[in-house]
Write a protein that binds this ligand. Structure first.
Ligand SMILES: *Cc1c(COP(=O)(O)O)cnc(C)c1O
Length: 401
């Protein structure tokens, strides 16, 4: 069992085919670089959908993980542990919010935000029992649980998985009039991604979140932003909604919160909302475990100390400008913010997949997003020289293939 091909055969034989990975088998990672089972090296331009913002095998994060694992890893919330309190405070202060609720995966954080918003609707806003409505956006991505896919607009994510959870209304992304028209007295929240990552790095019009904030204030609706992919420095600010200078009522975080080592997620928000939970109403066996909290604390410390957000902003502008210089008949435009970048191809290009395969052969790993977008989301520790190398390979592939 040595070669890439052997491993792929095993994986295909014994694990369900719910993904369509590129045919590379990663065996090691260091910073921006990964190595396959046969010793070939690649640059990771996806960073596990932004979970790997700190880079692979970050030495300080590994040290925090190992040190905590050797002390105590999992306690459940039946008891206190000495890491959750400090993590909760550090995360909450970084967000400028009142409190947090720890979970593990992103989808669980979204589920938690939905439950919190509904509870606030009944207990504070006075919405009649089980009538709460949450407005979401077309082409959203908030995870894969049954409730979350209930308000997806992607048939691939929904077909065969009904019946669906009611209580959601979908409006076009970026359309503030549609949002206003959808609000009723029973609306408790507007759940939105500041930039739609999985939809293909879709950046809404300037002012969208500011206007959404105004509408939410006027109609007493919670503004809930899903920063699982865009948060923690990815777009050039600590949180992407800060580009618009707005405050939010709830924010979901995940992915990079685990430093690329563990699933760590959270909902962070106001005491008016998160303070409504009482013991037993919601929980998670692993949520807030000391190992996750210790790694999360170190992940936040490194993020702030090394100004990874500032880096993402500066290098993102450079990366995007360089990609826009590429003269290829296949490229429609380049869009994004910070180090969350999409190359949008013309419909005639024949899809993004074949370019990602060609880039893989050139030692660059990235993934098509939907049919026509090549996404670049490197670890935030990437260097200018490494970006230059990626741009050269992208130019080569986009002109030749
Ligand atoms: C990845 C993602 C999720 C889901 O996170 P999981 O950890 O895969 O459950 C939710 N929302 C957004 C915006 C994401 O990018």
């Amino acid at each position: 069992m040595r070669t890439n091909e052997d491993i792929i055969t095993l994986t295909e034989r014994y694990s369900a085919h719910n993904y369509h990975p590129l045919p590379v088998v990663i065996a090691r990672g260091q910073g921006v670089w990964v190595t396959d089972t046969e010793g070939n090296r690649y640059m990771d331009m996806l960073s596990a959908y932004s979970a790997m913002s700190h880079g692979h095998s970050h030495p300080e994060l590994i040290a925090a993980l190992v040190e905590q694992a050797a002390r105590v890893a999992v306690t459940s919330r039946a008891f206190h542990n000495d890491q959750l309190g400090p993590f909760a405070r550090e995360l909450t202060e970084l967000c400028g919010m009142d409190m947090m609720l720890p979970m593990n995966t992103g989808a669980e954080a979204v589920e938690t935000a939905i439950k919190a918003a509904r509870k606030w609707g009944y207990r504070v806003k006075g919405v009649p029992r089980h009538q709460a409505e949450i407005i979401v956006c077309q082409d959203n991505f908030h995870g894969r649980t049954t409730t979350v896919i209930s308000f997806s607009t992607e048939p691939l994510y929904r077909d065969d998985f009904g019946p669906f959870t009611p209580g959601f209304k979908v409006v076009p992304y970026g359309d503030i009039d549609a949002l206003e028209a959808a609000i009723t007295p029973n609306t408790v929240a507007f759940l939105v991604e500041p930039i739609q990552g999985e939809a293909g790095v879709v950046v809404p019009p300037d002012g969208y979140l500011r206007k959404a904030r105004d509408l939410c204030d006027r109609h007493r609706v919670l503004l809930v932003v899903d920063e699982i992919q865009t948060g923690l420095g990815r777009t050039g600010k600590m949180f992407a909604h800060q580009h618009e200078g707005v405050t939010v009522d709830l924010m979901t975080l995940g992915k990079a919160l685990g430093g690329g080592l563990l699933p760590v997620s959270a909902v962070v928000g106001s005491a008016e909302v998160l303070g409504l939970f009482t013991p037993g109403e919601h929980g998670s066996t692993f949520g807030g475990n000391p190992l996750a909290c210790a790694v999360g604390r170190k992940a936040l410390e490194v993020l702030v100390r090394d100004d990874l957000a500032g880096r993402a902003g500066e290098l993102g502008r450079y990366f995007m400008a360089r990609l826009r210089e590429i003269d290829s008949p296949h490229v429609d435009h380049v869009r994004g913010k910070g180090l969350l970048i999409g190359i949008v191809l013309h419909p005639s290009a024949g899809g993004a997949r074949r370019f990602c395969e060609a880039l893989m052969d050139e030692g660059i790993l990235c993934k098509e997003t939907h049919e026509d977008v090549i996404r670049f989301a490197p670890p935030l520790i990437v260097t200018r020289g490494e970006i230059d190398r990626v741009v050269e390979k992208a130019r080569q592939v986009l002109r030749a293939v």
